[in-house]
Design a protein. Sequence first.
Length: 128
Amino acid sequence: MALPSSFGNWLQEVFLKLDEDQVCRAAMLCWALWKARNATVWNKKVSSHTEILALACTTLDHWRKAQDNTCLSSLFFENKGDGAELWTKPESNNIKVNIDDALFTQENSYGFGIVARDSQGKNLLPKR
């Protein structure tokens, strides 16, 4: 089997020959490699192959869960513990702020949410 002559040719072969799951994994791995490359170039941070693979797998898993329309309960603030399998605590003496938004063009509306938590996982924003 001949090697592709360019990244574009390789990517085209991936899309033509692999199943949907494999295409998603390949695309996410390319993204994780690009992100690791930028971290090295701009921040002098070197990532191991294990870290890059973990980033690709975790990000793909998060993306797939975000596409799951049957799991809309996470939009409501009253759900205690919701999303715990995805969120990780910040380092000690740090605060992690997560923000998300969505545009609903058909309804001409939008929504957004924000949460700030300390290293113990305690929400620092007042309840609404």
